[in-house]
Design a binder for this molecule. Sequence first.
Ligand code: NDP
Length: 444
Amino acid sequence: MSYVNEVIAQVIKENPNEPEFHQAVKEVLLSLEPVVAQHEAQFRRDALLERLVNPERQVKFRVPWIDDNGQVHVNTGYRVQFNSAIGPYKGGLRLHPSVNLGIIKFLGFEQIFKNSLTGLPIGGGKGGSDFDPKGKSDREIMAFCQSFMTELSKHIGADTDVPAGDIGTGAREIGYMFGQYKRLQNQFTGVLTGKGLPFGGSLARTEATGYGLLYITQEMLRCHNIDIAGKTICVSGAGNVAIYAIEKAQQLGAKVVTCSDSTGWIYDPDGIDIALLKEIKEVKRARLTEYLAGRPNAQYNDGRGVWSIPCDIALPCATQNELTLDDAKQLVANGVTAVSEGANMPTTEDATAYLQEQGILFLPAKAANAGGVATSALEMSQNSERLHWTFDEVDAMLKGIMVNLYHNIDEAAKKYNFDGNYIVGANIAGFEKVMEAMMAQGIV
Ligand code: NDP
């Protein structure tokens, strides 16, 4: 058995009931085979891959909070500090009932390579809770966030671990968590990113993941002599990533015809009305059914179905494993040219393999959605400097980072004879820097 397969087997044995973590480890390690082959004796002696797949630290804690009726609830909180070889742990906090240790570990593991790809000094981590923010009052959200941070604050810090938002954790939740951290530690530091603008947030952070997704997709298409202007795009999701992906796609001259949430999806042949979508999702926090008012040609359907609509470019921006093999077949039959992952691991393993076999341009999440964490790192820099950069300054840096990132993964793929395979390119380019740092720092 190859070294890589031995380590994968060990991960599956030692981490039972964590299928998403197994999937992420397999996907990364298998594509590192060509690099591992060059250094196998040294990697084996230093147990480099074993160290890579074992988090440096993981904490699991009780989060008790009181609802508006005086009832106490208990949720579980997690923070997985995966790898600090190239910088302080960095990665979001997910608040969703589906959260468990395996999901946080899959996200934290992916984050190591994504953060490395940004070219900025940030390690990999992830956290969250099985708390469901839906339907809770502001006071209940605050009660949860304060209790969550009371424990989390013992493990993080501006030079140790800097969490950010993710599914269910937006500006409101980050604000409550930041307030509690400051109160407990008596320190005003950049310990969280995605903060509100008046207390250290960065301009363009809200837009960064969606905008970055479009910048890198545009660069990939440009290098294949395809102009994004005039193309039809299907987007899934209607959250932070989806909204700003739609906005930037429209600014670049494309037409986005779909979006979705966890209950249903919209097909609007006239192009999604972004102002209306923001009003529904960012202001009212309402369901997508409200979109139909004032959009005569739009259709709403329950369930899932975004990928049945013909498009040139597909941008899955909702959640993991939301684009299946059947969806991929439908997209290919409808003539799709490119798929770029806005969400983390939205495409199932078999769907990814199928899209690649069919020669579809495919940008994996760790490259395609790295704009969010890259801008979080820019927020950390501004906090350290105690300065505020303008929107245009941050946006220009974001664009530069995403364009460079595309060329780095393209070159890494070519170097190992996987031309056009951006999954392999992203894993190798992300891994090489982390590996060098780990080897230089000795057995830690
Ligand atoms: P949000 O919570 O803002 O939005 C998530 C969207 O996806 C919502 O529209 C939600 O619908 C929908 N959704 C969630 N779960 C499901 C499901 N099981 N089935 C169908 N739809 C679902 O999250 P973000 O936009 O921030 O994150 C989306 C993805 O992007 C995640 O994978 C996240 O890890 C990733 N990501 C986010 C970054 C960021 O900066 N925000 C950075 C990098 C990656 P509903 O409203 O009904 O729940």
